[in-house]
Design a binder for this molecule. Structure first.
Ligand code: TRP
Length: 340
């Protein structure tokens, strides 16, 4: 048994978290989740529904519960196989909260004060600037470091948090001896960056108050087509990419990612056609690509029993890895075990 284990090549570890919500955008899908399933062949992957993070903003309890199931179902509908990946819910693995406290005592007030997301969110939620909002990046560091993660796929908005996680890991390793793997960010290649349909110089964000700017994975076909038809473009007419043509560049990018064709191929395909025809074509292709994802989601969300089995399996696997790191950390810091 031992021999088998030592002979096994240890795969590198990929870790990522998403907020509990079924409301993912095509930006989340095309820019991130769709590519996650490719990792599972070569890496050991953990994908976490970060419900503990979500309560830094006040939640309606029944809604949070519902959205946790939705989050899990949407991951799976996008192609993440719960056998090949560890899919789990953050609050099911208590080691996250515990490590977060220990790391918090190794993180400086000044470091957390510099986090731009904290500053933004404090402005947005001025009535509820709670301590959790401030220590949010410490919990995220705990998520990542608990699993001895090598690679973290993230969007550019989370880069600063990952830098902090790296700083915390290095500091801990220097103070208490080698304990944590220092993780690297992985940012998908350009082209997968999907912009708002209303303001194509800005990233498509699921919290955009303008519903026409965003296409959700679970949007109905008619809505998808309508949103693309209303997409903001310039006053030109040719389907070619170019400087200052942010709207058309974005639509060509989306069509290219959805169809697997290069941008040049897309330009050739639509040579001689106008913006109107092209917008309809992008909308229709998008609806077609999302249809199987939506059907799978509908099937999963109706099968609560199966989702709970996935939750259980994920929590077991995650706890196993998390327990090992946490006990190492506690030993190094000088905590005692319960005498046996
Ligand atoms: N903070 C991330 C976000 O808002 C979510 C997250 C929590 C995460 N823990 C993580 C992402 C660990 C990557 C790794 O998008």
């Amino acid at each position: 048994m031992n021999e088998v284990m030592t002979n096994e090549v240890k795969k590198k570890i990929v870790y990522s978290g998403v907020q509990p919500s079924g409301n993912l955008t095509i930006g989340n899908y095309l820019g991130a989740i769709k590519n996650f399933s490719a990792f599972s062949e070569d890496y050991e992957c953990y994908y976490c529904v970060v419900d503990l993070h979500s309560v830094t903003v006040r939640q309606v309890p029944a809604e949070l519960r519902k959205r946790t199931y939705e989050g899990l179902a949407v991951y799976m509908a996008c192609g993440l196989d719960p056998q090949k990946n560890t899919l789990y819910v953050q609050s099911h693995v208590h080691e996250h909260a515990e490590l977060s406290w220990l790391l918090g005592c190794n993180t400086m007030f000044g470091e957390l004060s510099r986090m731009t997301q904290f500053k933004d969110k404090s402005r947005k939620h001025a009535e509820n600037i709670n301590a959790g909002l401030f220590t949010y990046p410490v919990l995220m560091a705990a998520d990542i470091l608990l699993y001895q993660t090598d690679i973290v796929p993230i969007g550019s908005d989370q880069k600063q948090h990952l830098e902090l996680a790296r700083d915390i890991a290095v500091r801990f390793n220097t103070t208490y001896s080698e304990t944590f793997k220092v993780p690297e960010p992985y940012m998908p290649k350009s082209g997968a960056r999907i912009m708002s349909l209303a303001e194509p110089t800005q990233k498509m964000s699921k919290s955009d108050p303008n519903a026409n700017a965003i296409v959700y994975i679970l949007d109905k076909k008619d809505d998808i087509i309508r949103k693309f038809r209303r997409a903001v473009t310039d006053s030109g007419s040719e389907i070619v990419m170019g400087e200052g043509k942010d709207g058309i560049n974005n639509l060509i990018t989306i069509y290219s990612v959805l169809s697997g064709k290069t941008c040049e191929e897309v330009e050739r395909e639509f040579a001689g056609k106008g913006y109107g025809d092209f917008k309809t074509a992008v909308g229709e292709l998008c609806a077609d690509v999302l249809r199987p994802v939506q059907e799978e989601y509908a099937r999963l969300i109706a099968d609560k029993k199966y989702l709970e089995e996935v939750m259980k399996l994920g929590a077991e696997r995650a706890s196993y890895a998390a327990r090992r790191t946490l006990s190492k950390v506690k030993r190094k810091m000088g905590f005692t075990d319960i005498p046996r």
